[in-house]
Design a protein around this ligand. Sequence first.
Ligand code: GLP
Length: 232
Amino acid sequence: MKIIVKTTAEEASKEAFELIQKEMEKGAKVLGLATGSTPVKLYDIMRKSAVDFSGMTAINLDEYTGLSADDPNSYHAFMKEQLFNAKPFKKSYIPDGMADEAKECAHYEEIIKENPIDVQILGIGTNGHIGFNEPGTAFDSKTQKVALLQATIDANKRFFEREEDVPRFAYSMGIQTILCAKKIILLAFGKQKAEAVQKALEGPVTEAMPASVLQRHPNVIVILDEDAATLL
Ligand code: GLP
């Protein structure tokens, strides 16, 4: 695991962008993408860049259940606004939050099998979740319907008008699914992530801290700002 600490989130996002570019030059064709506030700067840099993503496939980690693709709070809408409207990909996949659970989860696994992820961008929840895999999720989990913990609902309610509007469930790539990516870039910014980052990178590998599983992946680059690295 390689850990890079940059002074600001802006510089860290630039570093992530350069890494993605390098991987594309080496032949990467499939990017695994994340939502949340962490990758927003990276997507801003991607949008403003001259890089052509029209030959690339994008596969997102997760989507809230019960929100249709055109719901402004859906991750479909988020990705369009943050990236896809400005930089169209050849194909982009995000779980369909309105689709039948068993069918959608199996279908998503098929998509990932057919399009192995070259570079997966990951954020981390304050409780250590990756994707929407909350503490306690099995390391051998595949794409599934997950219940969000109150901590995650609280952390994400800022995107919604009222807390009651935050969906309680999501479809998320499983931990095993995420680990299939050839390379993983974990981004974390801000003091509120410092504890999760420390536990994930230096603590025991345990299902109680989902991101700690990354210690077992052979090709992980962690890019932090100084605040997120304060407890390392
Ligand atoms: C969200 C997403 C994750 C994201 C994490 C951190 O709930 N499902 O993919 O990495 O929580 O979010 P943020 O980047 O807004 O801190």
